[in-house]
Design a protein around this ligand. Structure first.
Ligand SMILES: *Cc1c(COP(=O)(O)O)cnc(C)c1O
Length: 426
């Protein structure tokens, strides 16, 4: 069977196939660089597992209190070695990225303290955690105040403004690495390193927390290599490698992690409790796969940017830009195109490929949203997934791809769908 005949079984036309091949050819050097990073990160994870003496016993399960769960304890040691931190908290009982961030904040701040965000408005779900939008149990209800410094033109930290915004009350500075679903740039680890230096030059004891979601293993260094006191993320994104069924992590200083553990369980019990209920192996194996899975997601994003840019659509970031997270946005300018794109992604999924996604009124959004996901893990966004708010500029945000070959067929199916619906003419 030649290569095209495999694709034709998925309904890919010769024109779409060739468009894909052409885009891919020019990306060879870019992909090589991504593979080089993946190699370094793979060895970093491998070394951490060897140094922590991971053994078959680590995959045993625990129930009840979960005392002396060797697998859970060593996994946390592995995470702290990967991120070069003193300690880590890696738990299924951390339910998602927002929970991990909320935990990191609420456990390290006390009434009267101030939280300062220096990368502008934080991720949507954190607005209620902080109390920017009033909510029960927010930091604001505990008399923790909030200030923010916006990025300069959405591009880089405003170092002068950061220095001026820090006061005696400032206890914790928050940085969000990925742009999430905003229009600003994603921050590079180098930029974050500079910002940490600025904060620490004013006062060394200010805690710097980095929302690391979607950023892990995209570069070879992490913000914790440059003095971040905590890096925080979700296990159904990059570091779970697509295998972690749920969970979140915080890696950081001994003191920050102890605070977080005391808050997650109770004062006194801290890290000593928490049954792993059979997921240890998936968390280890997922972390082991994570560098290569993240590389696949990056390649998928760049491949999509290259194709759609060549067809005249605005891509953020563009195909040639340096990458610091796995999110890709494409502006299609029409509702039909957004829907067709998501239909194409869905139809290429290993799970629920026969289901047609439709726009719906999602809670918390001011417009209808269409989502495409056919994932092994519910809501997993390291697996190929897309969502598009049905409003101008009619952009689609997508991320993930456990293997590049799946990402590639997904993107080609999206294009095929648009060609079939006569939205794009090749
Ligand atoms: C995904 C994400 C979060 C929140 O994670 P959830 O798991 O969806 O709660 C926070 N910040 C950023 C930048 C994210 O990408």
């Amino acid at each position: 069977m030649d290569n095209y005949s495999v694709y034709s079984e998925f309904g890919i036309s010769k024109e779409v196939y060739e468009c894909g091949i052409k885009s891919l050819e020019s990306l060879k050097p870019v992909f090589e660089k991504i593979d080089e990073n993946a190699e370094i990160n793979q060895l970093k994870v491998l070394k951490a597992m060897q140094d922590a003496k991971v053994s078959a016993g680590c995959f045993e399960s625990s129930t009840g209190y979960g005392y002396d769960d060797e697998g859970r304890e060593k996994l946390e040691a592995v995470y702290s070695k990967v991120f070069h931190t003193e300690d880590a908290l890696v738990r299924a009982q951390i339910m998602c990225g927002t929970h991990a961030l909320s935990l990191a904040l609420s456990s390290n701040l006390r009434p009267g303290d101030e939280l300062l965000s220096i990368s502008g408005k934080p991720y949507d779900t954190l607005e209620e955690v902080i109390g920017i939008r009033p909510s029960k149990g927010s930091l604001a209800e505990y008399n923790i105040t909030y200030k923010q410094v916006d990025l300069k033109d959405g591009l880089d930290f405003d170092h002068e403004a950061i220095k001026n915004a820090i006061s005696d009350k400032t206890k914790l500075v928050a940085i969000q690495r990925s742009k999430g679903y905003m229009t600003r740039k994603t921050l590079s680890v180098k930029q974050i390193a500079e910002a940490i230096k600025t904060v620490k030059s004013v006062r060394k004891d200010i805690i710097v927390m980095v929302d690391n979601c979607y950023g892990e293993f995209v570069e070879t260094m992490e913000p914790s290599d440059f003095g971040a006191d905590m890096v925080v993320g979700s296990l159904i994104k990059n570091p779970g490698g697509g295998l972690a069924p749920s969970g979140g992590y915080i890696a950081g200083t001994k003191e920050c992690i102890e605070n977080a553990a005391y808050r997650l369980s109770t004062p006194g019990l801290g890290k000593e409790v928490g049954a792993s209920m059979g997921i240890n192996r998936s968390l280890y194996q997922g972390l082991f796969m994570a560098p290569v899975v993240t590389a696949s997601a990056l390649k998928t994003a760049i491949f999509a940017a290259k194709i759609y840019e060549s067809l005249g659509y605005k891509c953020v970031p563009c195909a040639d830009e340096s990458r610091h997270d796995i999110i890709q946005a494409i502006e299609f300018g029409s509702e039909d195109a957004v829907i067709a794109f998501c239909e194409g992604i869905q139809s290429a999924s290993p799970v629920d490929s026969y289901v047609a996604p439709t726009p719906w009124e999602m809670p918390g959004y001011d417009a209808q949203v269409i989502m495409a996901a056919g994932a092994f893990i519910q809501g997993s966004s390291i697996e190929l997934s897309a969502d598009g708010p049905i409003k101008p500029p009619y952009a689609v945000y997508f991320q993930g791809g456990l293997t590049f070959w799946h990402g590639k067929i997904g993107i080609m199916k999206s294009l095929q769908r648009m060609v079939d619906k006569k939205i794009i003419k090749l």
